[in-house]
Design a binder for this molecule. Structure first.
Ligand code: C2E
Ligand code: CA
Ligand code: CA
Ligand code: CA
Length: 275
């Protein structure tokens, strides 16, 4: 606990305290975990709105720190970006995920992956070459890969992103715009780039029943008129799912259908889906 002002006490949790006091140490720990390929991956299904068919598995990074336990990506991704470790991190995560997906091809052929990409790394030279190399090395088909880019960062760097996006697109890689709605970008502007899917931010899904339907309806209508699909993420209740189905949403991701799963849980889940 830290004293702030006269009688106001702010309590930090242990991770937060470590972060504030020893940021450099944490950065070194992260570097070593990345170098030793110790970052785990979890997989969360993105399903057709009716919950019956799989669109893809979103790959989410999990860092288990020896002293602090599980650290959320919301905390360690910014550290990796700051320390210019994000590139190596992403390539490592992509490699692990591709190998896992390929092992499941027996149960589920054509298993697609959705991988989060930080815009910062997409702007670096050789982004495309390094990505391509991992796909070749793991023998994972590029047309089964979706890359998710966050809307706010996407909008700021639209023109610089055109080239790497085209290169990926030529291999058959698809692009999803993540957290859509929060930066209020105009969908029409996105039309000049190879974007296949808009993911509506979970903040808007939470507001279903309190007026959130209107934004969702507008995004779905415009996306469909531009031949894009829509994923609604953070869907936790049946009411939300029914509303999204009624509005014509294509895909749903969220605790209602499945939480992110560890590698060990994945096979079983895919089996159940198939039969
Ligand atoms: P995101 O890309 O928007 O991922 C969705 C987040 O929502 C995930 O949190 C997921 O576990 C959580 N979520 C899924 N369904 C539900 C639900 O029904 N309700 C609620 N309340 N939450 C749900 P997670 O795994 O903690 O990831 C947080 C963020 O960290 C991600 O947000 C993404 O921006 C970033 N991230 C995660 N893995 C990576 C990665 O490998 N690379 C990069 N660049 N970013 C990553
Ligand atoms: Ca995402
Ligand atoms: Ca998201
Ligand atoms: Ca997010």
């Amino acid at each position: 606990a830290k004293q702030a002002g006269r009688d106001q006490v702010i309590v930090f949790d242990e991770q937060m305290e470590y972060l504030l006091n020893d940021y450099e140490k944490l950065e070194l720990d992260l570097k070593s975990s990345i170098d030793n390929e110790q970052i785990d991956v979890s997989f969360q299904p993105i399903l057709t709105a009716d919950g019956k068919n799989l669109e893809s598995l979103e790959v989410l990074g999990r860092w288990f720190h020896p002293k602090l336990g599980l650290i959320n990506p919301d905390r360690f991704i910014p550290i990796a970006e700051n320390a210019r470790l994000i590139r190596r991190y992403t390539l490592g995560v992509l490699k692990k995920a591709c190998l896992v997906a390929k092992m499941e091809f027996g149960i589920y052929p054509d298993l697609r992956l959705s991988v989060n990409i930080s815009v910062q790394e997409m702007l670096e030279d050789d982004f495309f070459n390094d990505l391509h190399e991992v796909l070749l090395e793991t023998d994972y088909p590029p047309h089964l890969l979706n890359l998710e880019i966050t809307e706010s960062l996407f909008v700021k760097n639209e023109s610089e992103l055109a080239k790497p996006m085209q290169q990926c697109n030529e291999l058959g890689i698809k692009f999803h715009i993540d957290d859509f709605g929060s930066a209020y970008s105009s969908i029409a502007r996105l039309h000049t780039l190879p974007i296949d899917v808009l993911k509506i931010d979970k903040a808007f899904i939470k507001r279903i029943g309190e007026g959130g339907e209107e934004l969702i309806r507008a995004v779905i209508e415009m996306a469909h008129s531009l031949k894009m699909k829509v994923i609604c993420e953070g869907v936790e209740t049946t009411e939300q799912a029914l509303c999204i189905i009624e509005l014509g949403g294509d895909y749903i991701q969220g605790y209602l259908y499945s939480k992110p799963m560890a590698i060990s849980e994945l096979s079983m889940w895919l089996h159940k889906l198939n039969y």
